[in-house]
Design a binder for this molecule. Structure first.
Ligand SMILES: Nc1ncnc2c1ncn2[C@@H]1O[C@H](COP(=O)(O)OP(=O)(O)OP(=O)(O)O)[C@@H](O)[C@H]1O
Length: 580
């Protein structure tokens, strides 16, 4: 009797259409089939029906489960989505990393920043983590360890892409992180999307969590001055700019900005009055737009930016810096920045004269402001006026970079412009600005900054040495090689009289190897101010000189003559170079 060789038979038999289909759709199916048949004598084709049934059952169950889960999520859970380009993203990620949700999850993202770095790049490190080396000598080892410290940022852990469950105030919450593709101006980019959800129909627990995250984040800032800069968002264009938090700084003490006291009080009181809650109502009752503008003008290094920072610190206002000078900012971009301003803030526009706003408006009949012909400003002027066009760029042509004067005026006080903000513009050349920009309503108060007067010279000396009394003492004490004080009799007498432990506490230096009191500082500040001619040097120049002698105020007095000679020569050389 002839026996049929099954293997040969299957090898020669034509495959069924179903088998062919399986071969095509499952890569390696024929290999698996051959393997099972050769080694286990299992003919897969006999089980195809059962296999298909199982596969169908699994697919159907998956589908039903997904539908069920979808309905469950829709009807029995609440969720909050957080967009990557919103500051709440930072709040939540900061809270999540702090609360240690990542400790319990086995999949996490490790990074030095909790935020989306492409959006909120360059934020500050946390000061409290810095080693306590304040009083150490700057040795080579310390320099090396500080370098390593600066580079070794604290690693933060946040949950990776996927779903993570955690408990919050007795509720089970789910944290979901996903990567979405975003079609931006410069091609597609991946963006981070996060959401939190809870079981039940009441979303209150999610709101509580988000609020707690916000408070935790803001508490981290304390009374620091937060600085934002205008920039292109994630994949955004120059026509769609957004505010990007770039740093937070300890507030600058108002006393450290040495200015005419009357001027300082004028601007401070004006801002305080403007920010009073009832002022807003007062403006609105009279139909006056609730905005205030300041122009700080004067030579470079006279304290314009410093005053702005000190005011922001004192009044607890964030600073929004929009750089107009690059010539790349379009009117649309600037308008989108101004639309996004919070109600109480300072908008700082530095060196407004070199921002391409020096052109006269086409239909403006005010005397033409002399066009800026300096090399520095040629480019920015070009940016503001497209070639072949005499007036400012029409607002509609947002592709031409730069901001025209009329466009700028519309942005700062047009009908659609935001209210509540304080606009501070600084310039070294107020004479180059168009009168339209300076009219009341746009600039309500002008503060002039000048070269250091007698009082300012004295104030700068005091600012450097009085408040730093204890610091000078510490530094001197640790520097035995420091030359002896050549203080006068008054200084010694005062110093010796204050020679007790309280001396250090109340800001007076008390040392056995050198004596310096507040009275001494005043006496020396007076001497210093008498030696230096008034209205010749900028406060920045004086500060730079005093910093060369920060541990030896007496040397600052002794060597001032030499410094002035050097400055004279330097200025003469610069002037000669400029004239050639
Ligand atoms: N009036 C001042 N009181 C105290 N410090 C000052 C004063 N003016 C300048 N300085 C010091 O000089 C440096 C430069 O000051 P600042 O940036 O405020 O000058 P500016 O007028 O804004 O200059 P620019 O016009 O170049 O922007 C800072 O370190 C600041 O501390």
């Amino acid at each position: 009797m002839e026996t049929l060789n099954f293997n040969n038979a299957t090898a020669t038999m034509a495959p069924s259409p179903l088998m062919t289909m399986l071969e095509v759709s499952i890569p390696g199916f024929s290999l698996i089939q051959r393997f099972l048949s050769d080694y286990f004598n299992i003919d897969l084709s006999q089980y195809l029906g059962a296999l298909l049934l199982v596969a169908g059952f699994i697919t159907a169950s998956n589908y039903c489960w997904e539908r069920f889960r979808g309905s469950l999520n829709q009807y029995f859970t609440c969720s909050a989505e957080v967009r990557y380009n919103d500051e709440i993203y930072n709040y939540l990620m900061y809270w999540i990393s702090k609360e240690g949700l990542s400790k319990t999850s086995s999949h996490f993202v490790a990074g030095t920043q909790t935020k989306s770095s492409a959006v909120y790049g360059g934020d500050e490190t946390e000061d409290e983590d810095y080693p306590d080396v304040e009083d150490s000598e700057m040795t080579e080892e310390l320099a090396l360890s500080l370098k390593n410290w600066d580079r070794m940022k604290k690693i933060k852990f946040t949950p990776s892409t996927g779903t993570h469950n955690f408990r919050y105030k007795g509720h089970w919450l789910t944290f979901t992180r996903s990567q979405e593709k975003d079609q931006g101006f410069y091609g597609s980019t991946k963006t981070d999307e996060i959401s939190i959800s809870c079981y039940g129909r009441n979303p209150q627990i999610l709101k509580d969590l988000l609020q707690e995250a916000q408070v935790a984040y803001l508490e981290r800032d304390g009374n620091k001055t937060i600085i934002y800069r205008g920039g292109r968002g994630y994949g955004g264009s120059m026509d769609d700019l957004e505010w990007i938090r770039c740093m937070s700084r300890p507030p600058r003490n108002m006393d450290t900005v040495v200015l005419d006291e009357g001027q300082k009080a004028l601007v401070l009181n004006d801002m305080k009055e403007y920010l009073r809650p009832r002022t807003k109502k007062w403006y609105s009752n009279r139909g006056i737009p609730y905005r205030r503008g300041y122009l700080l003008h004067g030579p470079p290094g006279t304290g314009k930016t410093s005053l702005c920072f000190a005011l922001a610190g004192l009044l607890h206002l964030p600073i929004y810096v929009a750089g107009l000078n690059s010539g790349k900012v379009s009117e649309e971009g600037l308008a989108s920045l101004f639309r996004d301003l919070p109600e109480r803030c300072i908008v700082l526009l530095e060196d407004i004269d070199s921002a391409g706003l020096t052109m006269k408006r086409k239909d403006d009949e005010t005397p033409a402001v002399e066009e800026d012909k300096t090399d520095d400003n040629k480019d920015s002027n070009k940016a503001a006026v497209p070639s072949g066009q005499q007036g400012p760029a029409p607002a509609a042509d947002s592709n031409s970079k730069g901001v025209s004067l009329s466009g700028f005026l519309n942005i700062i006080d047009g009908v659609a412009s935001s209210e509540g903000r304080i606009l501070v513009m600084t310039t070294n050349h107020p004479d180059k600005l168009d009168a339209a920009l300076l009219r009341p309503g746009r600039v309500d108060l002008s503060i002039q900054f000048g070269y250091a007067s007698y009082d300012v010279l004295k104030g700068l000396f005091m600012a450097i040495y009085s408040t730093r009394g204890p610091e000078v003492a510490k530094m001197k004490a640790s520097k035995k090689s420091e030359p002896e004080m050549n203080g006068n009799a008054n200084g010694n007498a005062n110093g010796n009289a204050n020679g007790n432990a309280n001396g250090l506490a109340n800001g007076t230096v008390n040392e056995s190897n050198g004596v310096l009191t507040n009275e001494q500082v005043v006496a020396w500040a007076t001497k210093f101010a008498e030696l230096v001619p008034a209205d010749v040097y900028t406060p920045a120049e004086i500060q730079g000189y005093l910093l060369q002698h920060k541990t030896a105020p007496e040397n600052a007095i002794d060597e001032i003559g030499m410094w002035m000679d050097t400055m004279k020569k330097k200025k003469a050389t610069t002037a000669a170079l400029a004239s050639t």
